[in-house]
Design a protein around this ligand. Structure first.
Ligand SMILES: CCCCCCCCCCCCCCCCCCCCCCCCCCCCCC(=O)SCCNC(=O)CCNC(=O)[C@H](O)C(C)(C)COP(=O)(O)OP(=O)(O)OC[C@H]1O[C@@H](n2cnc3c(N)ncnc32)[C@H](O)[C@@H]1OP(=O)(O)O
Ligand SMILES: NC(=O)C1=CN([C@@H]2O[C@H](COP(=O)(O)OP(=O)(O)OC[C@H]3O[C@@H](n4cnc5c(N)ncnc54)[C@H](OP(=O)(O)O)[C@@H]3O)[C@@H](O)[C@H]2O)C=CC1
Length: 555
């Protein structure tokens, strides 16, 4: 594997890179670079200059933020190859151009006006042999790529094991094979998840072995039929909650076993949330993790959620993950650690926040920034046991959905609320595992890397979550969900507040009517209720008579 193969094309002095290669001391490298340029500059940004970078999963949530940061901080990079599949009637170019034309890339266009020329979409499907990449494209990738960021994955919790293995394990194996044929490759960065070993309570920055070798799993997927796979899935995943975490763990083992002599690193982010600072706070564009549930709570569909308020909510902003990823790419290429280093990108041990605090702040933000056309007033609560969860699911989720669908039917419209509610309940059941437990992730490698960065790199590629203010972050997150996911206008806030007031009045009216009907039925059937009713009425009557008499005397 050639190191620094593309240096000459980077626009930076070759001697600087030779210096880097010979002296692996960040401080020495920095001072050398400062001397050359006469000003402080980010070493990491400089490193990516002139590089050909391959990104899988570039159309995904994390991939987009990664590309954005690369273009913004290293506009002189040579090219970013993105492996993309045509989707929803769009060609690859259309998909890529749509991303580049989005708000996320506004700043990039200022610093890198020719960004469209620097991105090369390669038609690829990671489910296919050789990723169905054409010979010419493959040749180009193999001969030019300097850095690989492997982000693509299926992140669905309920994916069929065959599909999850194909994407999260076999595709990783194939990509490693490709990487081993790249003469100019300097680093291969694999994005995994902090939950790949969620069956453990304390997780170190090491790759844990799996009971069944990934190779055996890959082979068996080829000849077992779906029914048998369904049957053995629970046994294979064991004490992990889903096929996602299981196959991500297998993927890591494959990286370690088959990485050969490549410079490889594994990054394990926890629950990736909206951006914290860059390119602007609150950017998010899919429903995964908390985002979908924030919408459900803000629109009033989600009324109760089974969670442990004191459990650690290990969220990590997308830009923090990307900053660490780019720093790891640089470190792995320049320092070439002897073994595959694993980096935890988590918040819990450095700056913990729990689900209770997070939930309260989400609700508090809805008061200030409500979502439009809510179904009910946002008023979610946590439940902590099976009985209350079933009770509130019936009363607060299913019953209102049935009533609303009945109303839709009566008014000649298509019922849809029960379906939506079932989907929400399914999602809740899938995330319950993660919001009722806490994990401890050690972060020695991540902290070591932080201290290896120059002050300028620590600033430009900041991944120090100790500086994160959770309340501010969550408020921006909710705002981001409203603006970028729901595409709601801020000008609509007064109307949204009015709507919530109307819903509150309807709620009070409904509850009063319900109480009166229940009470009427009760006194019709029970002597005790009639006696209580008689007592209350006569008490009120006596009180009023006394009040009237005393006010007449005073007059
Ligand atoms: C001390 C005192 C305390 C007092 C407290 C009081 C406070 C009160 C509480 C308030 C609560 C307020 C708000 C709540 C916010 C905080 C709580 C958040 C909890 C968040 C938990 C997140 C946990 C995640 C854990 C992650 C661990 C691993 C991390 C990773 O590595 S990977 C990334 C995570 N991956 C995912 O998140 C994928 C999850 N998604 C799936 O697996 C599937 O999509 C599915 C959920 C199984 C659904 O599958 P389906 O086949 O049914 O649907 P499909 O995917 O085809 O989509 C169909 C339509 O549904 C839409 N949709 C998809 N996902 C979601 C979603 N998450 N939510 C809502 N809707 C979704 C989709 O867009 C489709 O729509 P259509 O196109 O219109 O049909
Ligand atoms: N989001 C999170 O909370 C966390 C994510 N991670 C990890 O980060 C990485 C990125 O996740 P995230 O960005 O959130 O996920 P997304 O679901 O947003 O993106 C997944 C990406 O993989 C691509 N992909 C999926 N299947 C194929 C295929 N057959 N061929 C080509 N490309 C494919 C998708 O392409 P397309 O657009 O065509 O579907 C998309 O670009 C993953 O490895 C995930 O495990 C880790 C921890 C938490």
């Amino acid at each position: 594997m050639a190191k620094f193969g593309k240096m000459e094309e980077g626009g930076f002095d070759k001697s600087y890179y030779l210096y880097q290669r010979n002296l692996h001391s960040p401080q020495k490298i920095l001072s050398s670079y400062r001397r050359q340029k006469g000003r402080i500059m980010s070493m990491i940004a400089a490193f990516y200059g002139g590089k050909s970078i391959l990104i899988t999963g570039a159309t995904g949530f994390l991939g987009k933020v990664l590309m954005e940061k690369l273009f913004r901080t290293s506009p002189d990079l040579k090219v970013i190859y993105v492996l993309v599949r045509p989707k929803q009637g769009q060609t690859l170019q259309q998909r890529v151009f749509q991303i580049l034309d989005s708000k996320l890339f506004e700043k990039v266009k200022e610093v890198c006006p020719n960004v469209h020329e620097k991105i090369r979409a390669i038609s690829a499907d990671l489910n296919q042999n050789d990723f169905a990449i054409s010979k010419e494209d493959m040749q180009e990738l193999l001969s030019h790529t300097n850095i690989v960021f492997h982000c693509a994955a299926t992140v669905r919790f309920d994916d069929h094991l065959r599909h999850a293995v194909q994407l999260n394990v076999t595709a990783t194996q194939q990509l490693l094979l490709m990487a081993s044929q790249m003469p100019k490759l300097e680093a291969f960065i694999h994005i995994s998840t902090a939950f790949s070993n969620c069956n453990l309570k304390h997780i170190d920055e090491v790759v844990y072995p799996c009971p069944v070798e990934p190779k055996k799993i890959i082979d068996s997927m080829e000849w077992l039929d779906d029914a048998i796979i369904d049957e053995i899935t629970p046994k294979l995943i064991g004490d992990r909650p889903n096929t996602y975490t299981y196959t991500k763990a297998l993927g890591e083992v494959v990286v370690q076993q088959e990485g050969g002599n490549l410079n490889i690193a594994i990054i394990r982010p926890s629950i990736v949330g909206a951006t914290w600072q860059e390119p602007f706070p609150g950017w998010v564009d899919n429903l995964n993790g908390p985002s979908g549930l924030i919408i459900a709570a803000g629109k009033g569909f989600l009324r109760s959620i089974r969670a442990t308020p004191m459990a650690v909510a290990d969220l990590i902003p997308a830009d923090t993950v990307v900053n660490l990823t780019l720093a790891v790419g640089w470190y792995t290429a320049v320092h070439r650690p002897k073994s595959t280093l694993v980096y935890h990108c988590t918040s819990g041990n450095l700056n913990p926040c729990n689900w209770g605090k997070m939930g309260l702040q989400v609700l508090a933000t809805f008061e200030k920034i409500p979502f439009e056309r809510a179904f009910r007033r946002p008023n979610a609560d946590f439940t902590t046991n099976n009985i209350t969860t079933h009770y509130w699911n019936a009363v607060s989720h299913r019953a209102p959905a049935i009533i609303y669908d009945f109303y839709l039917r009566l008014t000649g419209r298509k019922p849809r609320m029960t379906k939506l509610m079932n989907r929400l309940l399914r999602t809740l059941s899938m995330v319950e595992y993660f919001i009722n437990r806490s994990w401890e992730w050690s972060t020695y490698n991540t902290e070591m890397l932080m201290s290896a960065l120059s002050p300028e790199d620590q600033r430009v590629f900041n991944f120090d979550v100790r500086q994160l203010n959770w309340l501010e972050y969550i408020e921006n997150y909710v705002l981001g969900v409203k603006k970028y996911l729901l595409k709601e206008d801020m000008a609509g806030i007064p109307e949204a507040k009015q709507h919530l007031k109307r819903l509150r009045n309807i709620h009070y009216l409904f509850n009063t009517a319900l109480f009166l009907i229940a009470w009427r039925l009760l006194i019709a059937r029970s002597q005790v209720a009639r006696n209580v009713w008689f007592f209350i009425v006569s008490f009120c009557y006596k009180f009023l008579s006394y009040f009237r008499a005393s006010s007449t005397l005073n007059a």
